[in-house]
Design a protein around this ligand. Structure first.
Ligand code: HEC
Length: 179
C-alpha cells in the first residue's frame, strides 16, 4: 500500500477536479453551440413596465374609421352591402328579413325597428348607433355585443367598413353629420 496518508484525499480530489472541469467544459460548449435566447429581457431597463407587458395588454380592437368617412366611397359601400343583404334591406319602410331593416340606422337608436324581434343583448345595450359603435360592431359583431343574434363574421378592412357605413349613413331622411 502507499504510505502517503493523504493518498486517498488526493485521488478523490483529482477525480472531483476532473469531473468539475468536464462539467464546466460541457456547459461552455453547450452555451457556445446551443445558445438559449431569453423570451423576455431578464430585467427591464429604464421605464416602469417592460415592453412585453404593454404589447400583451393592448386590445386587438378594430382600426378606427372616423378619419376615413369623409372621403369614403359610398358606391363601393353599396357593393359591400351584398354581404348584408341576405339578412337586411335598407329602403325606407322596407320589410325586415332575418335582420331588421337598416333605414335610418346610422345615428338612430339601437333596436328601434318596429316589428323586429331583437335579442335581449341589443335591447339591454340600448343607446344609439354612432360611427365608432358601428365600426366595432361590423368589425366583429359578437365581440362588440355578446349574445347578438346577428350571425356575421365581420369585416376586417377599415376602408370596407368606412365605405359601408358611409353608404348606410345616407339611407335616412336627415343623415347625421360626418365626423
Ligand atoms: C346572417 C344574417 C345577417 C347578416 C349577414 C348581417 N346581419 Fe346585421 N343583423 C342581423 C340580425 C339577426 C340582427 C339583430 C341583432 C340582435 O337582435 O341581436 C342584426 C342587426 C344589425 C344592426 C343593428 C340594427 C338595429 O336596429 O339596431 C346593424 C346596424 C346591422 N345588423 C348591420 C349589418 C351590416 C352592415 C351587415 C353587412 C356587413 C350585416 N348587418 C349582416 C342579421 C344579419
Amino acid at each position: 500500500m502507499n504510505s502517503d496518508p493523504l493518498f486517498i484525499n488526493k485521488v478523490v480530489g483529482s477525480i472531483l477536479t476532473a469531473g468539475l472541469i468536464a462539467m464546466v467544459a460541457g456547459f461552455i460548449a453547450d452555451l457556445a453551440y446551443h445558445p438559449k435566447m431569453l423570451d423576455k429581457p431578464a430585467y427591464a431597463i429604464g421605464g416602469n413596465a417592460p415592453a412585453a407587458t404593454t404589447t400583451a395588454a393592448a386590445p386587438a380592437g378594430p382600426e378606427p374609421i372616423v378619419g376615413l368617412l369623409a372621403s369614403a366611397d359610398a358606391a363601393a359601400g353599396e357593393k359591400s352591402f351584398k354581404k348584408c343583404k341576405a339578412c337586411h334591406g335598407f329602403k325606407k319602410g322596407g320589410p325586415n328579413k332575418v335582420g331588421p331593416n337598416l333605414w335610418n340606422v346610422v345615428g338612430g337608436s339601437r333596436a328601434a325597428v318596429a316589428g323586429f324581434k331583437y335579442s335581449a343583448a341589443i335591447k339591454d345595450m340600448g343607446g344609439k348607433w354612432g360611427f365608432a359603435d358601428l365600426n366595432a360592431f361590423l368589425y366583429k359583431p359578437k365581440a362588440f355585443m355578446k349574445g347578438t343574434k346577428m350571425s356575421f363574421a365581420g369585416m376586417k378592412k377599415a376602408q370596407d367598413r368606412a365605405n359601408l357605413v358611409r353608404f348606410l349613413r345616407d339611407k335616412s331622411d336627415s343623415p347625421i353629420a360626418l365626423p
